[in-house]
Design a protein around this ligand. Structure first.
Ligand code: CDP
Length: 605
């Protein structure tokens, strides 16, 4: 384990007060009285040194490991790249569990010694304890009312067992730091689908789960054609009933409109790009949806803060793409890929099955954050073709460079063990589509999956940037600072206001109090560029997600925001658009549709 020695020549971390508070509360090592016994700098060095240390397995010298650790330290302390929270919390510490995302199988038995309902319940508790989030498909469970031969009783069905998992989650806090998060998935052709869709209509129920319906292509075709589709027995796949596809789709849309749930998971779309189909198919995702995973699969995430690659001193008449420092972005993507590959070796997985699969396929999830910051720094509105095109361009670059980095790692460390029969393998052995075509061109990669987009809920606070690929949530809000309310204004907005000469404290306070920027003092083009999540038409949310999805191996965590007055038809149109644009899932949120909103603009702050 890591010893706390912090080299005296390391620079301090650049962190906001808020970031230091969050770190002290939940991330820093504490003594028995709950007092932090490390500084943020010690934490980042602990992480950097532990993760760089994995290079020693591949023959790196002590000096080379130290040099790499310094580079990792610089990335994290300057907010250019952050790994997911469990890596920050646990690297170099006894728990040593470094990943945020897991999927566990749930078999149709109370216990079979491995993956029955109560076996997996226990595995879930272990994952939560270690700071990870879990996803489950309950689709293999027999429906409510079905026979239970051993007891001559009747089965209580997937939803009742999901409630059991929910209750257990409630009592096991994640690593003593955050409550466990779960994803519950049911295939649309499961006989209990109606019950599942409605199970969160009461927002006080199943609160530790996000739920999504796994929609098949066949189902979506039936929706378009106005036809019906088969319900299948989870026991043997036989047809046990039929449903009208539009009726079921309407129920999903109604739930999403009413409470934001269920989301949808386009399961066939996800499986088309499953890199290792010989090892199983995707049946669920992690809690926030960005990682479709196999049974016992795991992914460690990390995100590059892309807003930091805009050259702010470049002449503003240069085309936007010439104001991005692509060389520096390439360097950081290569380092970040190296970091995430090392996390797999440094990780202590909670179950042997997970350890084995992780080392066989070496899945990583390199994502981005600070996307909205990048756009405002380039002067491009989020809700514009130019913005969407820039998203496609930046993600294509990151995806490609991450693959290049993975190939470079493979040259010395070898390709991932399941490479041959994967979609990346050589022609003679690779997985192919039914029509015989390749899913991906051959690439000798170290990792079966490279890119994703996570929500970056906490790490974007450390990095001081906007979350994931979401638009700005607000330009300003009133923050309670030691008892008095102070306006907290987007620093780019302040900088531009000062540069252009329309800054005033009174205006900033008005913006923070009213929760919008539509005032005469704010030039029109600036109003367009600083557009926030609530002002953006839902269609642009989905178009941005789809542009990123084109160049992301796994999936994307993204919320499409609707105004409170949006109708069910509006929501339906977005669900269909997301499918048509090849997204792997979609999540919506209508303003005010849940009793409590974690973030809000305006006077309530
Ligand atoms: O910013 P941070 O690394 O804390 O996490 P995130 O990007 O907001 O979420 C990434 C993933 O971490 C989620 O998709 C979940 O799998 C997991 N997570 C969790 O298990 N519990 C939470 N409270 C938040 C996230």
């Amino acid at each position: 384990l890591f010893d706390d020695h912090l080299p005296s020549d390391l620079p301090e971390a650049t962190l906001s007060d808020n970031a230091r508070i969050v770190l002290a509360k939940r991330y820093l090592k504490k003594d028995e009285d709950g007092q932090p016994i490390e500084e943020p700098e010690t934490m980042f060095w602990r992480v950097a040194r532990t993760i760089a240390g994995a290079d020693a397995r591949y023959g790196a010298s002590e000096a080379a490991v130290d040099e790499l650790a310094r580079q990792f330290y610089a990335l994290m302390t300057t907010g250019v790249f952050e790994p997911n929270s469990p890596t920050l919390m646990n690297a170099g510490r006894p728990l040593g569990q470094l990943s945020a995302c897991f999927v566990l199988p749930v078999d149709d038995a109370l216990s079979n010694g491995r993956s029955g309902i109560y076996d997996t319940l226990k595995a879930m508790a272990l994952v939560h304890q270690s700071g990870g989030g879990t996803g489950f498909s309950f689709s293999r469970l027999r429906p409510e009312g079905d026979n239970v031969r051993s007891t001559m009783g009747v089965a209580s069905g997937p939803v009742s067992f999901m409630k059991l998992y929910d209750a257990s989650t409630e009592v096991v806090k994640q690593g003593g730091t955050r409550r466990g998060a779960n994803m519950g998935i049911l295939r649309v052709d499961h006989p209990d689908i109606r019950n599942f869709i409605a199970c969160k209509n009461d927002t006080s129920q199943v609160t530790n789960f996000n739920i999504s319906v796994a929609l098949t292509d066949e189902f979506m075709k039936a929706v378009k054609a106005g036809g019906s589709y088969d319900l299948l027995s989870p026991r043997n796949g036989s047809v046990v009933g039929q449903e009208d596809a539009r009726q079921i789709f309407d129920l999903i849309v109604h739930g999403a409109w009413k409470t934001g749930e269920p989301g949808t998971f386009f399961i066939d779309r996800a499986n088309e790009y499953n890199p290792v189909p010989s090892l199983g198919s995707y049946e669920a995702t992690n809690p926030c949806g960005e990682q479709p995973l196999l049974a016992y699969d795991v992914c460690n995430l990390g995100s590059v803060n892309v807003g930091r690659f805009v050259k702010l001193d470049a002449p503003s008449d240069l085309p936007p793409e010439d104001r991005i420092d692509w060389d520096e972005l390439r360097r950081v993507v290569h380092l970040a890929t190296h970091f995430l590959d090392n996390v797999i070796d440094a990780n202590r997985y909670p179950l042997a099955e997970i350890h084995n699969l992780a080392h066989t396929i070496r899945r990583i999830g390199l994502g981005i954050m600070g996307w909205a910051d990048l756009l405002v720094r380039l002067g491009i509105p989020y809700s514009s073709h130019e913005g969407v095109e820039m998203g496609r361009r930046v993600m294509r670059f990151i995806n490609e460079e991450s693959r290049n980095a993975s190939e470079r790692l493979a040259e010395t460390r070898g390709v991932f063990p399941a490479w041959g029969p994967s979609i990346w393998g050589p022609d003679a052995t690779c997985a192919r589509r039914a029509d015989g075509s390749r899913v991906r061109p051959m690439r000798a990669l170290r990792n079966c999956n490279l890119t994703t987009v996570a929500p970056t809920g906490t790490i974007s606070i450390f990095a001081g940037c906007s979350g994931g690929i979401e638009p700005l949530f607000a330009v300003a809000f009133m923050r309670n600072q030691a008892g008095s309310l102070m306006p907290d204004v987007n620093p780019d907005f302040v900088r531009i206001a000062q540069e252009q000469g329309w800054y005033s404290e009174e205006l900033m306070e008005r913006i923070a109090t009213e929760g919008h920027i539509h005032f005469d003092e704010v030039p029109e083009d600036i109003q367009r560029v600083f557009v926030t999540a609530h002002d953006i038409a839902p269609e642009w949310h989905v178009r941005m997600q789809a542009a990123f999805q084109e160049h992301v191996d796994s999936a994307i965590s993204k919320t499409t925001n609707f105004p409170n007055e949006a109708t069910e038809d509006d929501v339906r149109a977005i669900y269909e658009l997301a499918f048509d644009l090849d997204c792997k899932g979609v999540t919506v949120y209508r303003d005010g549709s849940r009793p409590m909103q974690v973030l809000s603009t305006g006077k309530t702050s």
